[in-house]
Design a binder for this molecule. Sequence first.
Ligand code: ADP
Ligand code: MG
Length: 681
Amino acid sequence: MDKYNKIFKKLDEKEFNITSRELKNLNSLGINTIQELLYYFPRDYDDRTNIKKIGELVGEEYVVLKVKFLTITNPFSPSRMKMTKARATDGTGVIDVIWFRMPYLIKTLKTGEEYIIIGNVKRGYNFQMINPEYKKLSNQKNFDKGEILPIYSSKKNISQNNLRKILKKALNNYNNYFEENIPYDILKKYHILNRGKALSIIHFPKDKKLLEEAKRRFAIEELLILELGILENKYKEGNLKKRKYNISEKKELVKEYLKNLNFKLTNAQKKVITEIYKELNEGYFINRLIQGDVGSGKTIVSIILLLYIIENGYQGVIMAPTEILAVQHFLSVKDDFKTIGIEVELLTGSVKGKKREKILSKIGKGEIDLVIGTHALIEDNVEFDKLGLIVIDEQHRFGVVQRKKLREKGILSNLLVMSATPIPRSLALSIYGDLDVSVIDELPPGRQPIKTKWINNDVDLEKAYNFIEKKIIKGRQAYFVVPLIEDSEKISAKSLEEYRVEIENKFSKFSVGILHGKMKNNEKYDVMQKFKNKEIDILLSTTVVEVGINVPNATIISIINSERFGLSSLHQLRGRVGRGKFQSYCFLISKTENDNSKARMKIMEKTNDGFKIAEEDLRIRKSGEVFGVKQSGLSDLKFIDITQDIKTIKQVKEISEKYLESTKGDIKNPYLKKDIEEKFV
Ligand code: ADP
Ligand code: MG
């Protein structure tokens, strides 16, 4: 380990012969240690392996030529830009080469000597190259096959050449210290390049094929760290065994609660509930994802299981991604729970001071049965008396890292995570590798598909407004959503205010409420309650309503500048309507000319099915954030593009499972172990 630790050493100005300003620049790129330096991979490459003969040239391409200059002149140029013009040949043809603003070349370049010139060839009367790079061939060793130069993302004040030099040096001095962090058997079996070799290649590849192999190695390394981290616990010896704890068969509270419910559970809901009952009764811990499209009724499933657990003397928690959603959950169970004698409390970031302390102490003494709060609950030192079940709502907002953290707090017994966001099946397995999956594949009866229309001109917009007006007169309610980014500095209540003026003018007969993330908790609470009670007809909101909000009487959602949203968000937002028996509508308001945005609008018009949308999303995207994968842990992978490398993702999942099976959950390789620990801090 001693030797290995050298790679975590801070960069030294002297050793790398850099100024303190350059060092600062490196730091600002996230490069502080040797390890970070050598893991700062090129964003692209300058491929100079295309060595050609002039006689083979056809048109525009980036080439390397070996030439001799026949003539070199400084012809008169009418502009102030001085010009150097040369004619070059390699025996198979001639090419004209022009350099601007480098009049001195006439002295430095020699006719009759061999040069390499590198640049883009243009086809004019003759073939032409403008401002190519040139090198004397006699100074170039081993240039037979050309070279591939790394291009790093960098700021202006540190040049590519400098970065290349620094990286070369680091490779020379430290490459040997990078111990292998992929178990040897895996390396061998899957023909994976070893770490040291891959590091040299990724920075200074000899050819493209090797480069691909090096990229694959780091993709696998990165995924392996993630997957093993996710899966490790599942394979730890103790966890494979079931643990007995007292849970009775009686379900009095559940029955009482169901009696007062004004609908019947769907078969899909029942199926999931029984599945989990069974698991509990057999003495297993639950580790389960409940997946169901927006509006499929996941909340009630978790409520019933919470009741069951509480009836058995345990406490429960619901964690939601936003305060607004936490408040909604709280409001929706508060009264019913009170009548059956269950203590429930809301605990979010804005519950402060004495009140918070009081709640915390009650939780500690077991006087509160159910705590509802935001995901921040796990950051807090909330101590439970007897925690029996944790429910995480909208799991896609909650990454594997937090999940693991939660589990490692040791407070965790049973975990139920709920996600509305269908993610492509191919990815689901990896992201949720540590969980069993139940699917609610049925919507409550009477739901009609939401009618979706893309509005891209003012005439249609006017029509839509009239339509909305009519629906409100009939007693329905409407959402307007504007694309302000929550949590960012930029959120300006003012521009939301501008929208408000506009909407209030258009809909002067109705009452308009406003909702955004920066409002105080009790203000949010107030607006939501008013919207629920129909005191507000139109709710103008930022994307804080994106997840979970449930007001079945609201049947129209208009998404302003809908091109600014990804499919995942659009589908979630649309899911705010169509939650009751009335026909619902979604207007996507956007004048976008962008092809990709248009494609998104069309997909939304075409289908309501979250899974289909997820697959389409994967198809139209080249890279970047994929449906429902945000913060899952897969989205911040540096060396892998999850839209392109699904095969690798699957393979690494398999590799990880086999490995953990064979080691019973132990990570034997110490270097790998360290990486995992670091990833999941
Ligand atoms: P989601 O799965 O999106 O979280 P919710 O749990 O919020 O959905 O449920 C959406 C709406 O459907 C709620 O108003 C809820 O009361 C209602 N609901 C849930 N289950 C049923 C059912 N079996 N029959 C009728 N309505 C239901
Ligand atoms: Mg929900």
